[in-house]
Design a protein around this ligand. Sequence first.
Ligand SMILES: [Zn+2]
Length: 273
Amino acid sequence: MQSQKQTTDIPKWAALLAEAVNKPGLIKKAYSAFWNYSVGNQVLALVQCQLRGIQPGPINTFPKWQTLGRVVKRGERALTLCMPITRKRRDEGSDDEQAFTTFVHRARWFVVSQTIGIELEPVTIPEWDAKQALAALSIERIAFDKTDGNVQGFARKRQVAINPVAQLPHKTLFHEMAHVLLHTSEGDFTDTEQTPRNLREVEAESVALLCCEALNLEGADYCRGYIQNWLYQGIGYDADAIPEKSAQKIFRAADQILRAGRPTRERSAEYAN
Ligand SMILES: [Zn+2]
């Protein structure tokens, strides 16, 4: 999720992640209003709503609102989201064109409260199903075969296992899925209650935080404590402790997990309208 023109008024992903970590309830609110957008965009949209005092709710582009029978009120300013753009590039001395995707920020979206017109259907947030998410991401859940009672779960290649008596089974599942999506090409991960606090652990735990809070499952408080501890390590609070690149990976993995667990028709992002 990189922007070619990251202007100063668009917060960095690391700053948005710090918001989500430090403000309990923010992700839940963002997910319930903007679930069909990427997790990074959900936070981006909510932060802009809060700064401008706009009530969060369904969000669409100007023309899409018209097709839904609503018009944007005079004087309303569009919200900025990050969107993928596919471009074609021709290599020097070659006739082959190659498609590549970049991410750009565009101010094109309006929340329902910035529009007037016919009433909308009430919003229903799609159910999330763990089995479906694992299948869609080609992750296999295997039997837990460790005898060390401290081990909550582990991830190896594209397999995960959760201790049947894990304290926070959903949290651990999201954490291990994040390791598969982000890290297991670098080796196996076994997570005890005392797993060292390195950056990969913070990445996996941040993904778990975003997923637990979006889906209103137990575990977000634990993750929050763990990550805040990381942010406060050593000399005090360091908001930049999580690098921008890690923040991008975290938002992307959480997005993959949340999307994969929805019914197939509810998986795509709403950029085209
Ligand atoms: Zn871990």
